[in-house]
Design a protein around this ligand. Structure first.
Ligand SMILES: Cc1cc2nc3c(=O)[nH]c(=O)nc-3n(C[C@H](O)[C@H](O)[C@H](O)COP(=O)(O)O)c2cc1C
Length: 360
């Protein structure tokens, strides 16, 4: 089985090609500190070839949702060290996903401050989960060029902190409608300066952040997650195929380790003008870095995807919530536990670290 074969990503050896995708679980304290439960959670899943952390806020400004972790204070770095140590003790590999939520946030959880975004365009058709209940999205604050420069530096600082915390690398979260993907989409970016307008201008922010990450932590330790056809967060592009093809061609000019490519999900129908049928074939075949294919895979479809030769690794989200020992279960063809949707975001140990292992 290809899924169980060893491989290399950047300068790290992976014991198999099974990856846990980044998943926000809403279980930090109010200071964005991860605790013992989170140490146990990642440690339980260390038999994966590679773990991505849940999205981690790069700064206070990057905050979108309550009880999500940060990596911008000394205390947060110390808290993450316990996670990386526990995973490394089990020969695991763990990469920190770096997050700026942009307009997917609310002043209710930002000390009254409006979220930042490329343009003052609120998200339509969705409500936001806040500590004070579900709320309509506000009109976000348009970022100045100075705000953009500061944010790029914040990404660099967070990456440096992640390496100090013992992570094996960093991943830019440029998927799922958060700030980097907002820059690419006409539904979120109507700027008329060098960060908006042409496709090249809209891609500038992501490329500058990637350059910053590479310069701070080195090519081998950097990757990016993209979701070209995922409309979550009211992300609609006039020309998604052209925009992402350009982005990929420009990313190909940089040296870094991986691109996690998330397919659209049947739960989020995309607009009719999104005509490309197979995103892994269409975009993945253009990518020079190692491709991690994501969304909707099970053991059989993951194996078939690897056989096609475009993806080097496959990442699993939901399956990892309920199956800490997913690798062993794949190996033994065992049945899988079913995830409980009610405990995915927020709560305690239940639905977090109490899913049974095969031998339990
Ligand atoms: C509870 C939950 C939280 C998620 N949080 C994140 C996140 O923090 N960062 C991210 O890139 N994707 C996040 N995702 C998306 C997953 O990483 C993955 O792309 C998605 O679940 C599709 O993979 P799957 O079909 O194997 O579940 C989340 C998904 C779930 C179910």
């Amino acid at each position: 089985m290809k899924l169980l074969e060893k491989t290399q990503l950047g300068n790290v050896s992976l014991k198999n090609r099974i990856v846990m995708a980044a998943m926000t679980r809403g279980r930090t304290d109010i200071n964005g500190l991860v605790g013992d439960m989170t140490v146990a959670y990642y440690s339980q899943r260390a038999s994966a070839g590679l773990l991505f952390t849940e999205a981690i806020r790069i700064s206070e400004e990057a905050t979108g949702s309550p009880l999500t972790p940060g990596i911008f204070t000394d205390q947060q770095i110390e808290a993450w060290k316990k996670v990386t140590t526990a995973v490394h003790d089990k020969d695991g590999v763990i990469i920190a996903q770096l997050w700026h939520t942009g307009r997917i946030g609310h002043s209710a959880d930002r000390n009254g401050k409006l979220p930042f975004a490329p343009s003052p365009l609120p998200i339509r058709g969705m409500k936001h989960y806040t500590s004070q209940g579900m709320k309509d999205y506000e009109i976000p604050q348009e970022m100045t060029v100075q705000d953009i420069r500061q944010t790029i530096m914040d990404f660099g600082k967070a990456a440096k902190n992640a390496i100090a915390a013992g992570f094996d690398g960093v991943q830019l979260h440029a998927a799922n409608g958060y700030l980097p993907s907002q820059f690419l989409a006409e539904s979120a970016n109507q700027r008329t300066d060098p960060y908006g307008g042409s496709i090249a201008n809209k891609a500038r922010f992501i490329l500058e952040v990637m350059q910053e990450l590479i310069s701070v932590v080195g090519s081998e330790k950097v990757g990016i997650k993209i979701s070209p056809f995922h409309p979550y967060g009211d992300i609609i592009l006039d020309d998604p195929a052209g925009t992402y093809t350009y982005l990929i061609e420009e990313l190909n000019k940089l040296d870094f380790a991986h691109v996690e490519l998330m397919r659209r999900s049947p739960h989020f129908p995309s607009p009719e003008h999104y005509t490309v049928e197979n995103e892994i074939e269409f975009f993945g075949s253009k990518i020079r870095q190692a491709v991690i294919a994501n969304a909707g895979y099970d053991k059989v479809s993951a194996e078939a995807e690897l056989e096609k030769g475009i993806a080097k690794l496959i990442s699993f989200g939901t399956l990892y919530i309920a199956n800490p020992d997913l690798t062993e279960r794949f190996e033994k063809n065992a049945t899988l536990n079913t995830p409980d949707r009610a405990t995915m975001f927020g709560g305690g140990k239940q639905g977090y670290i109490d899913y049974p292992l095969l031998n339990e």
